[in-house]
Write a protein that binds this ligand. Structure first.
Ligand SMILES: NC(=O)c1ccc[n+]([C@@H]2O[C@H](COP(=O)([O-])OP(=O)(O)OC[C@H]3O[C@@H](n4cnc5c(N)ncnc54)[C@H](OP(=O)(O)O)[C@@H]3O)[C@@H](O)[C@H]2O)c1
Length: 302
């Protein structure tokens, strides 16, 4: 390794995953935070000139993109802003990375799949998104690949944590206020703690360092799935949250059709994580284990 520490430019550093990445990436280099919220480099990813100026100013060794337009329902009525952030900005990161010799690690989603399945989705399975959000995220994956940059895409699903907007925090609030909550029981996925995503990302990146002090994905680049092991419906996840928090609220299973939302969600969202295990020896524990650890932290903090 050379004497200088690599610089990692982290987009979306104030988001659920980004906030955890600030901590887990710091042993790998100097993390410069970018995006909206409390960050060192405020940047609107919908503004290509601002993004380009920032990347050229920082000249990072690696870009890590945890920023996204994640308002899945709002995206149905705001497709253009979603497209600019989830697709065009990602393509631009790729082109800038190719020009500057800077690899890109990017996050995508299970929502690229239709949900019409019954075995865990593999990376090469056909993507047929049901929503604007899913379509824009898929376009982002494709623009990144087309840019020719050395890149790695981690597709996540059902992310929760102690911060930000997520299902765990919504349930915690509703279950404290109400005697009963209705939760969708016919969508199945793998609830995944943002902390463990950030830790796994750091484990992967630690294996991609070069002798010159940079990063290279090479033949291990491309798309990889990264979720907790096991599967659950939102209803089962809600019951586990209720039990873990020791609350008495009744959880009632409902059907997706009874909970209409602007964006359609995949019914079957379980991802096959085998490629990440085979190529990097990295795999997350069962979602119940992740949830138990996260709830422990939630209790300690309150
Ligand atoms: N959450 C999930 O369940 C889930 C599931 C599958 C995949 N993913 C993917 O995982 C990644 C991380 O998701 P997350 O849950 O951590 O998301 P998040 O908590 O919503 O954070 C996203 C971050 O991106 C920032 N951002 C949004 N628009 C921006 C813009 N125009 N310019 C600059 N920054 C902008 C947000 O800032 P503001 O908060 O200020 O808007 C926020 O800090 C994303 O790629 C997402 O698509 C998430």
């Amino acid at each position: 390794m050379s004497g200088t520490r690599p610089v990692l430019l982290l987009f979306g550093a104030a988001g659920q995953v980004g906030w955890e990445l600030r901590r887990t990436l710091s042993p790998l280099g100097r993390v410069e935070t970018a995006g909206q919220g409390r960050v060192q480099h405020p940047v609107d990813l919908a503004d290509p000139a601002g993004l380009e100026a920032l990347v050229k100013q920082v000249r990072p060794s690696l870009m890590v993109n945890a920023a996204a337009y994640t308002a899945v329902d709002r995206a149905e009525s705001e497709p253009e802003p979603a497209r600019r952030v989830n697709a065009e900005a990602v393509g631009l990161m790729g082109r800038l990375g190719a020009e500057l010799g800077c690899p890109v690690l990017h996050y995508s989603t299970d929502y690229v799949f239709s949900g019409a399945g019954n075995r865990p989705w593999r990376e090469e399975d056909p993507a047929e998104p049901l929503s604007v959000y899913g379509r824009t995220k898929l376009e982002g994956e494709r623009l990144l690949a087309a840019s020719g940059v050395d890149h790695l895409v981690l597709r996540l699903a059902w992310v929760y944590g102690v911060r930000g907007r997520n299902f765990l925090r919504t349930m915690q609030r509703l279950m404290a206020e109400r005697e009963e909550v209705g939760v969708v029981a016919d969508q199945v996925g793998a609830p995944t703690w943002a902390r463990q995503i950030a830790e796994a990302t750091a484990q992967v990146l630690a294996q991609c360092r070069t002798a010159e002090g940079g990063f290279r994905f090479g033949g291990r680049g491309g798309i990889h799935h990264l979720t907790a092991a096991g599967e659950a419906s939102w209803y089962e996840f809600a019951c586990a949250i209720r039990d873990g928090l020791g609350l008495a609220c009744e959880v009632r299973p409902i059907a997706t059709i009874d909970y209409p939302a602007p964006a359609a969600r995949p019914a079957w969202s379980v991802l096959d994580n085998g490629r990440l295990w085979r190529e990097f020896g990295v795999a997350l524990p069962h979602w119940r284990e992740g949830l138990a650890l996260c709830l422990e932290e939630l209790r300690e903090a309150s």
